[in-house]
Design a protein around this ligand. Structure first.
Ligand code: ZN
Length: 199
């Protein structure tokens, strides 16, 4: 590969993309190299533009376009007194797709994981506490994944808020232990939300 340094460089970059299986990087590299030049330019421009213009919402930490209102926090059609707390934006999308939720969200940005060096200060927990302190939130649905880290993170948040006059609930039982929302079908997510129980 030394004779093709540019390709080597591309593979090196692709290797650093998480979620891209290492056996697929050659296929992806070949795809880019055979791509129509205009399409490739469009792809690069979209990536650059998204990186420049998409930022976390100052209230819920979901992605928003700079200068535009948040789809979730600033919608009058959504019940702003109910806030569903999710680990990442990917889970927010899953809940949205279930079609059964009309409240607001809060994106934590991950879970507390001491082994990975992630503490509460690395998540958006402070932002959530500030939001709750404004007094407009009546119910918090802790919808972290049912993994040890997800459960510990929910328990941590519930502990911080135990003296606040809000209802704290979590997804219904019946979701497989160790399960990630991301891999669940719509109906399961819908039911887990509809049949939520006190935390
Ligand atoms: Zn928002």
């Amino acid at each position: 590969m030394n004779e093709v340094p540019s390709l080597q460089q591309l593979l090196k970059q692709l290797q650093q993309v998480p979620y891209l299986a290492s056996k697929n990087i050659y296929r992806v590299a070949a795809h880019f190299l055979t791509m129509d030049q205009a399409k490739l330019n469009q792809f690069c421009a979209a990536l650059r533009e998204a990186k420049e213009r998409v930022i976390p919402c100052a209230t819920c930490a979901a992605w928003v376009e700079k200068g535009r209102p948040c789809l979730y926090c600033e919608s009058t059609r959504r019940n702003q007194s109910v806030v569903c707390v999710v680990e990442t934006w990917q889970e927010l999308i899953v809940i949205e797709r279930s079609g059964g939720y009309q409240g607001a969200y809060h994106v934590l940005g991950g879970v507390i994981s001491p082994l990975d060096g992630i503490g509460p200060e690395n998540l958006t927990i402070q932002l959530l506490l500030e939001r709750v302190s404004h007094g407009t939130v009546e119910e918090l649905i802790l919808a972290t994944n049912q993994t040890p880290e997800g459960e510990a993170t929910s328990a941590y948040i519930a502990r911080l808020l135990k003296d606040k006059p809000i209802k704290i609930s979590c997804l219904a039982r019946g979701m497989p232990v160790g399960s990630h929302l991301e891999y669940m079908d719509r109906l399961t997510v819908y039911k887990a939300l509809a049949e939520r129980r006190p935390f």
